[in-house]
Design a binder for this molecule. Structure first.
Ligand code: AQP
Length: 331
């Protein structure tokens, strides 16, 4: 059976971009693939963060993934830092990846732009991500459009590693959703919706109460004219809302456009908001149930870490062998 692997950072609240671009497909994929998903807490340390909040955010995000439909009986769900093989493989891959290719990473350029001090971790983040993926003999990586370049790098590193040391690592490929591969910020529809966005009204969090979701959509930036039409160049704001409507109702873009074409902007936004509120209702309700028993989530994460470690250790042993490291022998 083909294997999928993907991860999400506990760097803020899960938003609709994360859900539609990635997590929703993870839920579907656990039925047909050997699926492994990870809360990538080490990635969240690459930019300044609140130490007192990291552990809580990590557990909450795992709980949200379960509320979204990830079932630890059907997939492996764990926390990245619980499996130290991720950091060990990162070091070995650091000796295969090049500074030149890391310098070309758009996300590094964006996140480091204008910062006085940038951590080496932010620069090296794509190698940690390559290690996350390659450690599980991953065939497919379901991600949003913003992660395309990082998965490309993981492929390049795997191909170079295999060329240097012999066939060892599975070369993965990224997969993207048919709609909502890059959900845009509601206040700046040319930028992607992001956990670390500076406009809180631009980001729709999956746990936002209905009235907050509705208010954010009501204040979303629209475009000149009055026509509801999907045209990302000319009408980025309206097109983004149409994408959200299509994803929430399960209709294609064309059908969504046809359904909403006659509406004025006010009515259009109300219908988008209503659709999203309904779409997210089951997730909100399930999250409230899980939050009542956080120890169960911790227990599931521990079981997940044990399963992940078994797979990761076998791959890492293979890597250690081919790279010439001295095997450890019991005394
Ligand atoms: N706006 C988006 N539209 C579609 N997919 C998106 N993803 C992120 N933003 C969008 C996808 O969500 C998955 C998990 O993302 P991540 O936690 O690795 O974070 P990120 O890609 O760096 O984006 P965020 O959520 O905006 O976080 P910050 O602000 O911390 O950088 C990935 O598959 C991603 O493609």
């Amino acid at each position: 059976m083909r294997r999928v692997f993907s991860g999400i950072q506990p760097s803020g609240e899960m938003h609709l971009g994360n859900y539609l671009g990635a997590v929703r497909r993870w839920v579907a994929d656990q039925e047909r693939y050997d699926a492994i998903y990870c809360v990538v807490d080490l990635h969240a340390m690459t930019v300044p963060y609140d130490v007192a909040e990291l552990a809580g955010r990590t557990r909450e995000l795992a709980m949200l993934l379960m509320a979204a439909g990830l079932d630890p009986q059907r997939c492996v769900l764990f926390v990245q830092s619980h499996v130290p093989a991720h950091t060990e493989l990162t070091w070995i891959l650091n000796c295969v990846a090049t500074v030149g290719e890391l310098r070309r990473m758009t996300q590094f350029k964006e996140k480091s732009h204008g910062q006085e001090s940038v951590s080496a971790g932010l620069f090296d983040y794509p190698v940690l991500m390559a290690a996350d993926i390659l450690l599980y003999d991953t065939n497919e990586v379901p991600v949003g459009e913003d992660q395309r370049q990082h998965v490309e790098l993981a492929r390049d590193v795997a191909i170079r590693f295999n060329h240097r040391y012999g066939e060892t690592l599975v070369v993965p490929e990224a997969t993207f959703p048919p709609v909502a591969a890059r959900v845009k910020d509601l206040q700046d529809p040319r930028a992607k919706m992001s956990k670390s966005s500076e406009s809180p009204h631009g980001t729709l969090n999956v746990l936002d109460p209905p009235e907050v979701l509705t208010k954010k959509i009501r204040s979303a930036v629209t475009d000149s004219g009055t026509e509801v039409r999907h045209d990302p160049e000319e009408k980025p704001g309206i097109s983004n809302l149409l994408d959200l409507y299509a994803a929430a109702t399960g209709t294609g873009i064309e059908k969504a456009e046809a359904e909403l074409a006659g509406s004025g902007y006010g009515d259009f936004k109300r219908r988008v908001a209503d659709a999203l509120v309904e779409f997210l209702r089951p997730l909100r309700e399930r999250y409230a149930e899980l939050a009542g028993d956080p120890s169960e989530v911790s227990r599931q994460l521990e079981l997940g870490a044990v399963k992940a470690e078994t797979i990761a250790t076998a791959v890492l042993d293979r890597v250690r062998r081919v790279t010439g490291l001295l095997p450890r022998h019991p005394a």
